[in-house]
Ligand binder design. Structure first.
Ligand SMILES: [Zn+2]
Ligand SMILES: [Zn+2]
Length: 234
């Protein structure tokens, strides 16, 4: 057996020899969970001048996106950085990269939230189907929602459930996603959404899932829904 001091020095040396798992460059200052500081710098805010509803920049004065909310935003651009960090992190986290998950959630705790988030009454998360939750052992959207609720000093309340025979969103084409049946997402048994609800999800792509969630919350009695995701794919 090696003495502890020697073992930890060897571990340190090994870590500093391994390249960054994002850009394959040398890791150095600011590295975390195997990614260098430059790669973590890829958590970039969305462009200024984006639409307050759909969080995209568009020329039309009226928002052309179908939404069920007036306020929608994301913390970071999914394709920000080189390599695009969101597109690296989220699939990795879903495959079990616990270090990346911890590092990302740490940044959810520190990152800037939109001003309007302070006005909400409670925070909920877009649901994941329970077999996926069970297999992965975590639910990133719910974990992020819980952290945001803590920062806002509001309750986190799971209100939504997802039908589990519907198949994975990620394996569907975009036109299939848009045809996702309404009943795939509904209220949990006994859930009673009230007041102004902040809906949190990991990534906002077409917005179909968020739309179904918001519609279910509104139909169940919520006065208003606002949307905040970790990433927005532009
Ligand atoms: Zn890197
Ligand atoms: Zn818009």
């Amino acid at each position: 057996m090696l003495p502890d001091a020697l073992r930890s020095r060897l571990a340190l040396a090994r870590r500093s020899l391994l390249p960054c798992r994002g850009c394959l460059g040398p890791v150095g200052e600011g590295a975390e969970a195997g990614l260098c500081g430059r790669c973590w710098g890829g958590l970039l805010p969305l462009p200024e001048g984006r639409c307050p509803r759909c969080a995209l920049v568009h020329a039309e004065a009226d928002c052309p996106e179908a939404t069920a909310w007036d306020c929608g935003d994301a913390l970071w651009d999914y394709h920000g950085g080189r390599p695009p960090l969101g597109a690296l992190l989220l699939p990795g986290i879903k495959q079990g990269e616990a270090g990346w998950r911890k590092a990302l959630l740490g940044r959810v705790l520190r990152g800037p939230l939109p001003d309007w988030a302070a006005e909400v009454d409670c925070v909920t998360a877009a649901p994941s189907a329970w077999p996926h939750r069970l297999l992965r052992g975590f639910d990133l959207s719910a974990e992020a929602a819980r952290l945001v609720a803590g920062r806002l000093d509001r309750p986190f309340t799971p209100l939504l459930a997802k039908g589990w025979l519907r198949g994975r969103q990620a394996s569907r084409t975009e036109s299939q996603r848009r045809r996702l049946p309404k009943r795939a997402i509904g209220l949990r048994r006994g859930a009673a959404p009230r007041g102004l609800i902040l809906l949190v999800d990991d990534v906002w792509t077409t917005g179909t899932t968020l739309l179904r969630c918001a519609q279910a919350l509104r139909a169940g009695g919520a006065d208003e829904v606002r949307v905040l995701t970790l990433f927005r794919a532009l």
